[in-house]
Design a binder for this molecule. Sequence first.
Ligand SMILES: C[S@@+](CC[C@H](N)C(=O)[O-])C[C@H]1O[C@@H](n2cnc3c(N)ncnc32)[C@H](O)[C@@H]1O
Length: 214
Amino acid sequence: MRLKNKPWALPLIEANPQYVVTEPAKLRGKWDERFTTKQPLLIEIGMGKGRFITEMARRDPKHNYVGIEVQTTATGIALKKQLELKLPNLQLVSGDGNDLTEMFAPAEVAGIFLNFSDPWPKKRHAKRRLTYQTFLKQYQQVMQKDGTLEFKTDNRGLFEYSLTSMNNYGMVFDQVWLDLHDSPEAVDNVMTEYEEKFSQKGQPIFKLAAHFTS
Ligand SMILES: C[S@@+](CC[C@H](N)C(=O)[O-])C[C@H]1O[C@@H](n2cnc3c(N)ncnc32)[C@H](O)[C@@H]1O
């Protein structure tokens, strides 16, 4: 997803350092300091406009949440939501999820969400997929041993690729959904912007929850 660059986004981000972290490496091992309550930290990589992470943080005050997004305009839109809600358990990162081990110390993260990640369908771009083995290695490093990786997508090709990539990496699947919205878990499911768009078109939503074994 490429959003048209909005000139207001960067100044808004710069004016609100209490909600948006632009130098996340400085917080490595110290993320607790950004929140009012010390509690387990859940992160989303590629939060887009932030609907999912904002709603998760609102519904679940017992966790701290960090939404990471590389596009300034998308982060700016997520920030606008946070400026209205002022959730004490939500922080946004304007940065690249590829630098995860520089942002978080080993086991600093309790869980990771990937939602409707860019599919990068060409084989030569496989390394850019957020479920490619180099990303999985970073998730393993920053996540606690009992942490869960949750991944949702409408893209069958990316889903199949991710199942294989995670399986080859030695991850264990807790649950796999081939049509999340037609399952009992649909009741508590928090939708993302993309999820709403694709499910309205009648496309099934795929989801998996998995963990590392070491
Ligand atoms: C297809 S959009 C989905 C947005 C949102 N998760 C949703 O479901 O509505 C994918 C998002 O991931 C972001 N993204 C892709 N690679 C990223 C990376 N390495 N680090 C941070 N964000 C990334 C993109 O900029 C884009 O906003």
